[in-house]
Design a protein around this ligand. Structure first.
Ligand SMILES: [Zn+2]
Length: 163
């Protein structure tokens, strides 16, 4: 069975028990979580979030520059007041360079992606600090927004605060 057919089957079961159809649009806990798309990381379970609690924005690495559009909408239109950034151990973003992926795309796709910054990093804690600094320095993110950064350990399930 194709994975898509499995999803449709799973959704029938989910919808049959669904009871959260009247939640308000703005996140109840007024928070936007920015996390890596890594398949081992489930922000809702890691943080104890329920439907309606938070915006969860995910991309490769959980990079802030790639999430700015969504964060602005989250804050300006939907009232979130805190940003939580989660990067994690064993992240794929530690394994390549911009030059490397640009070269690979030329080889594999015969296309040019040199204008895309893929935002890999070599230092996990520094990547979190860089993203906090990026948001704090952006005129599009007001100073009133609280920004916290964490590293999630995929081997223990624990979050570590990055200061
Ligand atoms: Zn990752």
């Amino acid at each position: 069975m194709s994975v898509v057919n499995e999803f449709i089957e799973a959704n029938h079961i989910y919808a049959a028990q669904f009871q959260k159809g009247s939640l308000p649009l703005p996140p109840g806990r007024k928070v936007a979580v920015l996390a890596c798309m890594d398949a081992r990381l489930d922000p809702a379970r890691i943080l104890g979030l329920e439907e309606g609690d938070a915006h969860v924005i995910r991309n490769a690495g959980g990079r802030a520059a790639d999430a700015l559009r969504s964060l602005i909408i989250s804050e300006q239109l939907l009232g979130t007041q805190t940003i939580v950034i989660i990067h994690h151990t064993d992240c794929g973003m530690l394994t390549f360079s911009d030059d490397g992926i640009h070269h690979k795309i030329k080889q594999e796709l015969h296309a040019d992606a040199d204008h895309i910054a893929f935002l890999p990093f070599t230092d996990l804690e520094q990547s979190v600090r860089d993203d906090i600094a990026f948001l704090q320095g952006s005129p599009l993110i007001p100073d009133s927004i609280e920004i916290k950064g964490f590293i999630y350990d995929v081997t223990t399930g624990k979050l570590h605060t990055v200061n």
